[in-house]
Design a protein around this ligand. Structure first.
Ligand SMILES: C[S@@+](CC[C@H](N)C(=O)[O-])C[C@H]1O[C@@H](n2cnc3c(N)ncnc32)[C@H](O)[C@@H]1O
Length: 220
């Protein structure tokens, strides 16, 4: 009885087997990269960020963030400004939106768009979400949309955002089922560890916004 060891393959079978093995190895490498890569979203693909995601609409963000004129608001990971330009428009002349991103080209992109639309109160800062360059209790509200899962330690980022929120402030997190998706149950764990309690949610589980607040009366 013969077994199909490497030497038993005919030349034709060998010529078929080799490309299949190479394709399988490439697919395994791609899958490993897909699930483990935590690099920030590449600026080279910034045009994709301008396509609105289903359910993660600015109207829903507004409903949970509820910004008021004159407030100081923080966005972490603005990308090309899909949400930033909209939120800044609601802050009025006395308000201010601080945007923090690990990639300078993303910040530059938002600022070019803001200049073109004459939306003024946007202040960029290049920084890591795990080490925000702000004093404790600086912000009335903060938000991040499809950014948390790109940050190497999302729990640390949640603690840092909570630190810079004023007592009574609010944080809105938007998540979509892409490869950096943070499921709601995981997010609730991060929030709980950071001392934030959930107060509202909009959207289906695979494309949701969730709002969190420090417990009432809680000083930072
Ligand atoms: C997928 S984009 C989301 C952009 C935008 N919020 C949107 O919904 O279109 C994620 C953003 O988070 C930024 N980011 C990734 N890791 C970060 C980190 N550690 N600190 C700050 N920003 C980060 C990326 O550079 C990118 O601009």
């Amino acid at each position: 009885m013969s077994s199909k060891t490497g030497d038993d393959w005919s030349p034709r079978q060998r010529s078929v087997k080799r490309p299949v093995l190479i394709a399988a190895a490439a697919a395994a490498a791609a899958a490993a990269w897909w699930w483990t890569d935590s690099a920030p979203y590449p600026y080279a693909q910034h045009w994709l960020l301008d396509l609105p995601l289903p359910f993660l609409t600015n109207r829903r963000l507004d409903a949970l963030l509820a910004v008021r004129p004159g407030e100081r608001v923080l966005e972490v990971g603005p990308g090309t400004g899909l949400q930033a330009l909209h939120v800044a428009g609601g802050l009025g002349a006395g308000g201010r939106l601080d945007i923090v991103d690990i990639q300078q080209p993303m910040l530059d992109h938002v600022m070019r768009r803001a200049a073109a639309t004459k939306i003024s109160p946007i202040v960029p800062a290049r920084a890591d979400a795990r080490d925000l360059p702000f004093e404790d209790g600086s912000f009335d509200a903060a938000y991040l949309v499809t950014a948390l899962g790109e940050i190497p330690d999302p729990g640390a980022a949640m603690r840092e955002i909570r630190r810079v929120l004023k007592p009574g402030g609010r944080l809105v997190v938007g998540e979509f089922a892409d490869r950096h998706y943070v499921p709601l149950v995981t997010l609730l764990g991060y929030a709980n560890a950071a001392g934030l309690r959930p107060s509202a949610r909009l959207g289906p589980p695979l494309a949701y916004f969730a709002r969190f607040e420090p417990p009432s009366g809680d000083a930072i």
